[in-house]
Design a protein around this ligand. Structure first.
Ligand code: FES
Ligand SMILES: [Fe+2]
Length: 421
């Protein structure tokens, strides 16, 4: 043995191997490995994908801005004096200070408190304090070019009032990237939107556990007892799933009141804790809903890769923005909205239903709870992998059935391509 080998204490990094079954498995280390998490920030959140920033209605006037996140990076969405939207990295081009500290604001310029560099709303550097020094001393070099020292600009595009941005120059335009799933956004966001409120929930689990959840139509009518017991969504109802052509994005829908009797379902329903025809609510007003889109769809859950959800559950409308906060934590920012022309009764109905479908609602709270239980059960992730074969083993199998993990297989397929895993 050579002397170097005898004395070496440097360990080669553990080589991570994806299970050979491919996208029908997700190894548990992918939820807990810090090196994987760091790579996701580069390859996914700064890669060729569009990331949700907010609603155009959140920055309605020239000068309005909103601070938000793309992965771990703070980003400012602005509306300039001409009404154009911009997205800039919230990091001063001088020495890296955070420029905007407020969640929302209105300003003519973005101003860094550290050394007073100020920026136009499109991110261009407008003024650097003491650029020419004082009494012949100090100052920036004569070749200092303001045009080279603006805030980093992201590409920004809006679709039906939802604003997305990307660090990528290559990714196709937003509507093309959304593909067939654009129809699900168009259906809900079909007229001017109005923000009703927010909440943010910290989930003690890896962001991908939450991302999988709204892609997982299989769990919805099983975990969520409210859906099945009170008939908002049952497997026996007319339902379907739409994936975009690339398998990156998906939405599911269910039509309440369209149950078809089947011996199969009757047999399974006996086993479901979520289907109990004997239960009644003392005050059933929370379940009252109006078919405002005129197509009978009581639940539509839409997810775009990697961190956005749009839901219509009865008359509750919301976006959910998933923000990773380290390998074992993430935030979900919920923005509840309605339409600018809603009457007061409709607004009240939407707000009341957040008790079902808000972050602490009787349906949604179960998703966060499951993500946290998964984190505990997966432990350090050194062993095991999830099994994702409901509906079949391929990217196509399962078709448009909700009894399928097809959308999850497609997620892991995209993820592995992006990550080179
Ligand atoms: S860090 Fe912003 S002006 Fe110096
Ligand atoms: Fe769920």
């Amino acid at each position: 043995m050579c002397p170097e080998a005898e004395t070496s204490v440097v360990q080669a990094p553990m080589l991570r191997r994806w299970p050979e079954e491919g996208y029908t498995r997700a190894p548990y280390w992918v939820y807990s490995d810090a090196a994987v998490y760091a790579q996701e920030q580069q390859r996914i959140f700064q890669g060729a994908a569009w990331h949700y920033l907010g609603l155009a209605a959140e920055v309605p006037e020239p000068g309005n801005y909103k601070t938000t996140w793309v992965g771990e990076q703070s980003v400012v969405l602005t509306r300039d004096e001409n009404g154009e939207l911009h997205a800039v990295l919230n990091r001063c081009a001088h020495r890296g200070n955070m420029v905007c500290r407020e969640a929302f604001g209105s300003a003519k310029k973005l101003y860094c408190v550290y050394h007073a560099w100020s920026y136009k709303l499109n991110g261009e550097l407008s003024h650097a304090a003491f650029q020419h020094g004082l009494r012949g001393e100090g100052g920036l070099p004569p070749d200092f070019d303001k045009a080279q020292h603006g805030l980093k600009q992201l590409r920004v595009q809006a679709f039906c009032g939802l604003v997305f941005a990307t660090f990528s120059a290559e990714v196709e335009d937003l509507e093309t990237w959304l593909g067939d799933v654009a129809a699900g956004i168009r259906r809900v966001c079909h007229k001017p939107l109005k923000v009703l409120g927010y909440d943010t929930q910290r989930i003690h689990a890896n962001w991908k556990a939450y991302h999988e959840n709204p892609r997982d139509s299989y769990h919805a009518n099983i975990l969520h007892t409210f859906y099945g017991t009170f008939g908002l969504s049952r497997q026996s109802q007319e339902s379907g799933m739409v994936l975009d052509g690339a398998g990156r994005h998906v939405y599911f829908y269910t039509k309440a009141g369209t149950e078809k009797a089947s011996a199969d379902y009757a047999k399974t329903a006996e086993q479901l804790r979520s289907h109990n025809d004997g239960l009644r609510l003392e005050d059933p007003s929370i379940l009252k809903w109006r078919d405002e889109f005129g197509d009978g769809v009581s639940v539509q859950i839409l997810t775009t890769y990697p961190s956005f959800v749009l839901h219509q559950i009865a008359n509750s409308l919301a976006t959910r923005h998933l923000i990773p906060r380290g390998v074992n934590e993430c935030d979900v920012v919920w923005t509840y909205f309605g339409f600018a022309d809603d009457d007061e009764a409709t607004t009240q109905t939407r707000l009341t239903q957040t008790n079902l479908t808000g972050s602490a609602g009787m349906i949604s709270v179960e998703d966060a709870a499951v993500c946290e239980m998964m984190r505990r059960a997966m432990a350090d992730g050194s062993q095991g992998a999830s099994f994702i074969e409901m509906g079949g083993k391929t990217l196509e199998s399962g078709g448009s059935s909700k009894l399928s993990e097809r959308a999850i297989r497609n997620f892991w397929h995209t993820y592995r391509q992006d990550m080179g895993l």
